[in-house]
Design a protein around this ligand. Structure first.
Ligand SMILES: Nc1nc2c(ncn2[C@@H]2O[C@H](COP(=O)(O)OP(=O)(O)OP(=O)(O)O)[C@@H](O)[C@H]2O)c(=O)[nH]1
Length: 669
């Protein structure tokens, strides 16, 4: 069981600066997390309520921007101003007055002064202060009034530095131009860390004093003949043909669904945890009055996780089935740790979604803004398409078939809409605590009376092995950096495509600094070659540690990865409280990278199923819409087009702890 990620040293304050001042701490915070930890880890719980969990069920149109001329705009603006000046506020009690003021402020921050006070007040009261509905109504109405809408965004614009760069071709020196993108409104925007080393999660600012980006693969990055002419497929067959195939499986689900207990019990029953160790966990957990967590302790290794009874980081372990080696990635369920969950999911081939069947618990995880939906959508957006759903804790409902069927029915239709094929999803009833239907067929009479299907281990055994992209240029995404045993330092992560051998030359991150592979390990065993799909550790020589950061990509010197600050993506917008407008600041998640970015252009809104352009240059993007947008990061990042490398062409957009959109990269500028 290994756990190397350095997220514990991350300063989340840098990324969500200002959040605590605005929203404070909820009661929930006090129970789930200490104030010290909150400082370090906390995301915006208030905004958590507008999570993507609701998006599937809603289907709202996108409000769009047409061409408009200045005169119409000015006239409408004047009319709105006169209307506002003559308007008398209705008499309301204190509570209603407060709700109304915050609605007016929020609407104004999106539409500016072009809509009258009267109109905003009346619409707010009509929709009972539901900001999403109010904005929909006002923006819709304004768009309908004329093809040339009169909305005038209020807020002018902060400055963003634009570093325009392209990639694999020879390129001129990186130009830095100062542009002022228009901002529709301001939200608590993440502050850039002062140094990449401080957060450890950002691309280095310095892209090379003599402009490393302009160096071409052919002119500078020479590699050995062996590396240049290697046949990856042949090498793979030579080295791995006698070994079992290997998959990475992430275990996801709402907090307390029983993920760690399930995995701990599975590891024990498959002989991967000795009786002595299990006995120790049993005694120690009993002493602390937490015996029900004894199996969870197999994966929740730190004192903090054990004391709180929650998983915070992705725990890793492995089991061997008849035909496979399975690396288990136990993801945290708590929404404050979703970035860790995303990072874990980028390494996964398949997923187990654990749901708690206890009455009320399934509902709070699935329907009431819980993480069941968000996790499922996130893993699907990250490319996982095989899913085993575990209907867990069935002992708490007397192994009821009715409850099992009720949950399966609800999940089936949701998972279909989330993009999972019915044939790639299975449903298994079990109890992680009692061990029922985990490794052996069900024994419990109340369960066997209606269930004669496979136990969970067989479901895992039956996952298809994804194809390894061996014949592509090397790409490895870095998920952790740590001190090695010798003088060097190690990086770990997943080889997404290609092959890497000891002594190979590689390029590191956006700086494209050249490094040499000194050693390779997989599951703590030394290797001479590693292949696409492997989760590995590498020791590198000849590179400055400051140029390697979590989220950066190691690439093939002969075909380096594109480096850019601006790219186009096709995104699907989840449930958003405030529509996405030009200048919208987001946190871009790409593999393990988390980078501040801005939606700098709304190119077109497109039809969800057909992909046809519905409208060019929409004014804003509402919930459940689909669009082509351009995103700009403040520093160069390594990224690929989805069409070229689907493993590295997916992005996720998050704001204040909530995932607002997922997308595929379509163009790199
Ligand atoms: N009755 C019953 N309780 C269970 C079962 N599985 C887990 N639990 C209990 O549920 C609680 C939470 O279990 P965990 O395994 O820590 O849940 P988790 O999903 O890993 O939690 P996070 O990782 O923090 O999201 C513990 O008290 C477990 O004993 C089960 O099958 N039946």
């Amino acid at each position: 069981m290994s756990r190397h990620r350095i997220v514990r040293t991350m300063d989340y304050n840098d990324e969500y600066d200002g959040y605590d001042d605005v929203y404070g701490h909820s009661v929930d915070d006090d129970h789930c997390i200490s104030p010290t930890d909150a400082q370090q880890w906390l995301y915006d719980r208030e905004r958590g309520r507008q999570s993507i969990s609701a998006f599937i069920s809603k289907n709202k149109d996108i409000k769009e921007e047409g061409e408009h001329d200045e005169d119409d705009e000015d006239e409408a603006y004047e009319k709105a101003r006169r209307d506002s000046e003559s308007f008398q506020m209705p008499e309301l009690d204190e509570m209603e007055q407060a709700k109304l003021s915050s609605c007016v402020d929020e609407v104004r921050s999106v539409v500016g002064d072009a809509v009258s006070e009267r109109r905003i007040v009346e619409t707010s009261m009509k929709f009972d202060y539901d900001i999403q509905k109010i904005l929909d109504e006002i923006l819709n109405e304004e768009t309908k009034k004329s093809d040339k809408p009169a909305l005038r965004p209020k807020v002018p614009v902060p400055i963003a530095a634009t570093i325009v760069k392209s990639a694999s071709k020879p390129t001129p020196p990186a130009k830095i131009s100062l542009k002022e993108p228009r901002r529709g409104f301001e939200i608590a925007s993440p502050k850039l860390p002062s140094s990449p080393v401080v957060s450890g999660r950002n691309t280095p600012v310095d892209v090379g004093g003599d402009n490393d980006l302009s160096r071409t693969a052919a002119s500078v990055f020479k590699v050995s003949k062996d590396q240049a002419q290697r046949n990856a497929q042949q090498l793979y067959e030579k080295e791995r043909s006698d070994q079992k195939s290997h998959i990475h499986m992430i275990v996801i689900g709402h907090v307390d669904a029983g993920k760690s207990t399930l995995m701990g019990h599975l590891l024990y029953d498959t002989g991967n945890v000795s009786q002595r160790v299990m006995h120790k966990h049993e005694q120690e957990s009993k002493k602390l009055g937490k015996q029900s967590f004894m199996y969870a302790w197999v994966l929740d290794e730190t004192g903090e996780e054990r004391a709180r009874g929650i998983t915070m980081d992705v725990g890793q372990s492995r089991i061997e089935t008849k035909t496979k080696i399975v690396t288990l990635l136990d993801a945290p369920g708590h929404k404050d740790f979703i970035p860790n969950m995303i990072s874990g999911a980028t390494q996964a081939d398949v997923a187990l979604l654990v749901v708690d069947s206890t009455r009320g618990e399934f509902e709070s995880g699935f329907e009431l803004g819980g993480q069941t939906r968000e996790h499922a959508i996130l893993v699907r957006s990250l490319g996982v398409n095989q899913l085993g759903v575990v209907i867990n804790k069935l002992d708490t409902v007397g192994w009821s078939q009715e409850r099992f069927t009720e949950i399966v029915t609800k999940l089936k239709s949701f998972l279909k809409q989330a993009g999972f094929k019915e044939s790639d999803v299975s449903f298994t009833p079990c109890s992680g605590l009692t061990g029922e239907n985990l490794t052996k067929k069900a024994q419990e009479a109340a369960l066997t009376s209606w269930y004669s299907g496979r136990p969970l281990l067989d479901v895992i055994e039956n996952f298809k092995i994804p194809e390894r992209a061996l014949d592509r240029p090397l790409r490895m995404s870095v998920s952790d950096i740590y001190k090695g045993t010798g003088s060097g330092f190690c990086i770990s992560g997943r080889v997404e495509t290609g092959v890497m051998c000891v002594n190979d030359k590689v390029l590191v991150g956006a700086s494209r600094e050249q490094a040499q592979v000194k050693s390779l390990t997989m599951d703590e065993f030394p290797q001479t070659s590693v292949f696409a799909g492997d989760q590995i550790s590498v020791t590198l020589a000849g590179v400055d540690i400051n140029n390697i950061t979590v989220g950066c990509i190691i690439s093939d010197p002969q075909t380096p990865i594109p480096v850019t600050t601006r790219f186009q993506a096709r995104i699907i917008v989840f449930s958003v409280k405030v529509p996405i407008t030009m200048g919208f600041p987001v946190l871009l998640h790409h593999q393990s990278l988390i980078e501040p970015a801005v939606v700098c252009k709304l190119t077109a809104s497109i039809h969800k199923s057909t992909g046809e352009v519905v409208k060019k240059k929409p004014r804003c993007l509402g919930s459940n819409s689909c669009a082509l947008v351009e995103l700009e990061t403040s520093r160069p990042i390594c990224i690929e087009r989805y069409a070229d490398f689907k493993e590295l062409g997916r992005v996720m957009l998050r704001v204040a702890g909530v995932t607002i959109a997922a997308g595929m990269v379509t163009k790199i500028r």
